[in-house]
Design a protein around this ligand. Structure first.
Ligand code: BTN
Length: 326
């Protein structure tokens, strides 16, 4: 679409004047067509200044999601090779699940500027204000059993952590099983949803949903959540981070045919697991369970010692509370 192409050029030269004549020439259209495209872009909320007799400037603070810009940094074979960008959607996970999955290619990625009903784990909402985060879902068609879904979440947490750390000067922690933290506050949540074949109990498809707070954190969750901006990341480009998440994800996703890779992932996961050696409260086991975290099993289960001194392996549920270190 012309307006996306125009935005791409303005984004590349953010803060500088791009002439209408050059844009018209580049896309072989009239200046009027460019003017119309700019008008729509402005209506969509882009801060573009028209400089009389000169051209257009996209102001520096803009961070538009553009598939072309994501593509420039994408090194994958199949993850993110089909990309759909939406302005607003109820939930990107829900959107993917509603597609014609069997005709969609593995790796298809849906990204939105805003989610009106972003889904978190255990029926919670994931607040997803417009342009203040990355809200994305990846469609997978792995040949694995349902019980391995947890490992997919673990892979995703490692991929997102590595992507963040490779672009910004920020080191993140992981809270079993799916949360990425920075200095005690949540920076990213992951929700993996899978559909299973009734006879074989094998997975028909999985949707891995990733929500990363990049900008302003909603008021309601400021005590418990943070964002890349708050963590001091400079020059945040959502497009660049999305590409890196997809690159890292494809790399870790190879784990299920590669035992060495699996070991590496577990090592990366364990090294970021900040709940190790801490007393926690675990929800999802009937009554909340008070226990001491010992580590992570090779299948991703959390190893804990309960109050009776018994070792338990937790395969589902979540850590509701982490006690302060004494
Ligand atoms: C959690 O923290 O409990 C999981 C949050 C997962 C949020 C992401 S945002 C993209 C995708 N779409 C959703 O509706 N949820 C996931």
């Amino acid at each position: 679409m012309l307006k996306d192409d125009v935005l791409y050029v303005l984004e590349k030269d953010k803060g500088n004047i791009v002439t209408g004549g050059n844009l018209a020439k580049e896309f072989a259209v009239s200046r009027t067509a460019i003017w119309k495209a700019i008008k729509v872009l402005k209506e969509e909320g882009n801060e573009i200044i028209s400089v009389p007799n000169s051209g257009y400037v996209l102001m520096g603070a803009s961070d538009n999601l553009l598939s072309r810009s994501i593509g420039e940094n994408l090194k994958t074979e199949f993850i993110g090779r089909d990309i759909l960008i939406l302005k607003t959607v109820h939930s990107t996970n829900q959107y993917v699940k509603g597609l014609d999955i069997y005709n969609a290619r593995e790796g298809l990625t849906v990204i939105a500027d805003e989610q009106t009903q972003g889904k978190g784990r255990r029926g919670r909402e994931f607040l997803s204000p417009s342009r203040e985060g990355i809200y994305m879902s990846i469609l997978l068609k792995p040949e694995m059993l349902l019980k391995d879904t947890q490992f997919l979440t673990i892979c995703t947490a490692v991929a997102v952590s590595k992507a963040i750390e490779s672009i910004y000067d920020i080191y993140v922690d992981i809270k079993w099983v799916n949360d990425i933290y920075y200095k005690g506050k949540k920076l990213c949540g992951i929700l993996t949803e899978a559909a299973v074949s009734a006879e074989s109990q094998s997975m028909e498809y999985a949707v891995v949903g990733i929500g990363i707070n990049t900008g302003e954190v909603p008021y309601e969750i400021r005590d418990i959540a943070t964002s890349l901006e708050e963590a001091g990341a400079s020059k945040i480009s959502r497009n660049k981070l999305i590409a890196e998440v997809l690159n890292c994800f494809e790399d870790v996703y190879a784990y299920y045919s590669d035992e060495m890779k699996k070991k590496e992932i577990l090592e990366e996961y364990r090294k970021r697991l900040f709940v190790n050696g801490r007393k926690v409260l675990i929800a999802g086991q009937g009554e909340d369970l008070k226990a001491l975290v010992i580590g992570i099993k090779d299948d991703g289960a959390l190893i804990v010692k309960d109050e009776n001194g018994e070792i338990r392996y937790i395969i589902s549920g979540e850590i509701k509370k982490v006690e302060e270190e004494s």
